[in-house]
Design a protein. Structure first.
Length: 140
């Protein structure tokens, strides 16, 4: 993400930059599901779910975190498979809604999310402070 967005965090007041950094970070203790994509025995992608807010015990709303596909494996439908697996995991956990945040420069991700029925929604905290944040939601 640094390659895409550079030092955009430098433009925010310190308290907002701290809140955004905390939102981008993933504490493993908050993750309720992780999906790992393998090509043979080689890990090529991963994604996770955590409650929203992250410190909640309520699993009704889950936030999708860190969808990543190794660049040499992109364009093969792996991210779509990960997203569908995340949705199945969310349903199994009793979630009614999945949410996610992405950025305006991530065209492939935006296309994927919209093709899967994710709907653009108002940015949720703390992303409402980011001019390039896009937030999506999908009812399960």
């Amino acid at each position: 993400m640094t390659a895409l967005y550079g030092s955009t965090m430098d433009h925010y007041p310190p308290e907002i930059a701290r809140a955004l950094s905390a939102a981008f970070a993933v504490d493993p203790e908050t993750i309720v599901a992780t999906i790992l994509a393998l090509c043979g025995e080689v890990p090529v992608g991963q994604a996770g779910l955590r409650p929203f807010p992250a410190d909640s015990d309520d699993l009704a709303i889950l936030e999708i975190k860190k969808v990543f596909i190794h660049e040499s494996y992109r364009g093969r439908g792996i991210s779509r498979a990960l997203m569908l697996d995340l949705e199945a995991a969310g349903r199994e956990l009793g979630s009614t809604t999945l949410i996610l945040q992405t950025g305006t420069l991530q065209g492939a991700a935006i296309g994927l999310y919209e093709s899967l029925g994710y709907v653009l929604t108002a940015p949720y905290p703390p992303f409402e402070s980011m001019s390039n944040a896009l937030c999506y939601a999908k009812a399960l």
